[in-house]
Design a protein around this ligand. Structure first.
Ligand code: FES
Length: 124
């Protein structure tokens, strides 16, 4: 009798994926390295970045005073820099790295690159 172990990733199952681009080539044509774009998914405004380390998505509103982070730039330390007061947010964790505001985070969203496209995940 064959034993089959089923593994169910609850976290993955609770994410709904939205395609942003069909291919990496399309993303490269439409996105400069380290210059985020705004992506609107349902009611969520997202700052979507293409960096040397891959694609990252964070909430577009800066947690300091609400500036649009997609109007900022990314640096080579995998941070997005707010255009208003230059606070820097880690693209992976969302943590504010400038040290100006302790415990300030911007919300992060998962991204994935597959043969079928480039996706941003939102919790269901
Ligand atoms: S609004 Fe972003 S750092 Fe002030």
């Amino acid at each position: 009798m064959e034993f089959i172990k089923k593994i169910f990733n609850k976290k993955e199952a609770s994410i709904k994926w939205f395609k942003v681009f069909d291919t990496i080539l399309e993303a490269e044509k439409n996105m400069q390295i380290n210059k985020p774009i705004t992506v609107l998914i349902e009611e969520e405004k997202i700052c979507f970045s293409r960096t040397q380390q891959g694609f990252f998505a964070v909430a577009d509103a800066c947690p300091h005073l609400g500036a649009s982070l997609s109007k900022g730039v990314c640096n080579n330390f995998m941070e997005v820099v707010c255009p208003w007061h230059s606070y820097r947010f880690d693209l992976k964790t969302g943590a504010e790295n400038t040290g100006n505001q302790a415990n300030m985070y911007v919300k992060t969203f998962p991204t994935k690159v597959e043969k079928t496209g480039i996706y941003i995940g939102l919790e269901k």
